[in-house]
Design a protein around this ligand. Structure first.
Ligand SMILES: [Fe+2]
Length: 215
């Protein structure tokens, strides 16, 4: 049978690909400070406890201008960016976390930065056979407008995934930026001591550094 989403190496095989890769970053605290200052003066993320959308589109050119350490760091690791977004886990997602999902082809890799309230929040990647993904069905991603992008309807498994499938990695992003594999189903789950809002930055490279995720 043909997969509902037919693209080479999709979904990623956790036996071949890593879920994430930690990058050395000596200027992380400076990046965090600059991003948080920009967030505080340009958004309401620090005050809005009810938002459940998680991803926020921002004026990334303005943000980049005010976060020179982030741009300098990306230059130093030779990964130029095409887009920056901000992910916010609010108090309203305390009991649920952020839905199980995975990225849609052709885009896979992000470089993610822990920014604020990063302790006791975990990204969990699950190994779900593609036959089971096909059974979930797909939906058209409303956020992608430049082409028809489809995603497996993983939301259906959000509350039961931990009982049905092996968790490949449970990771607390706090001390390093990471190269992030979005082609393995994942969700973001807070622990009992998590603080809100938990803020992270996701950056999309122009050319994906796939070699950094190859085992
Ligand atoms: Fe994701």
């Amino acid at each position: 049978m043909k997969n509902l989403i037919d693209h080479p190496n999709y979904p990623a095989d956790p036996n071949i690909m890593k879920t994430h890769h930690e990058l050395e970053c000596l200027v992380l605290s400076k990046i965090q400070e600059e991003v948080l200052t920009w967030v505080d003066s340009n958004t309401d993320y620090l005050k809005n406890a009810n938002d459940k959308s998680f991803w926020h589109l921002i004026d990334d050119v303005d943000m980049a201008r005010h976060c020179p350490s982030l741009m300098k760091y990306m230059m130093s690791i030779k990964i130029p960016l095409r887009e920056i977004t901000i992910g916010v886990l609010t108090e309203s997602m305390k009991d649920t976390g952020f839905n199980l999902h995975m990225g849609n082809p052709p885009l896979n890799i992000k470089i993610n930065f822990p920014i604020f309230n990063t302790e006791d929040v975990y990204t969990e990647w699950y190994d779900i056979p593609v036959e089971d993904l096909n059974k979930l069905g797909v939906f058209k991603n409303p956020h992608v407008t430049s082409f028809d992008a489809y995603n497996y309807d993983l939301k259906k498994l959000h509350n039961v995934v931990q009982e049905l499938y092996p968790c490949v990695t449970r990771y607390n992003m706090h001390s390093h930026p990471i190269v992030f594999n979005s082609w393995i189903p994942h969700r973001v789950m807070p622990g009992p001591n998590a603080k809100y809002p938990r803020i992270m930055v996701a950056t999309m490279p122009i050319k994906e550094p796939t070699h950094l995720l190859t085992k």
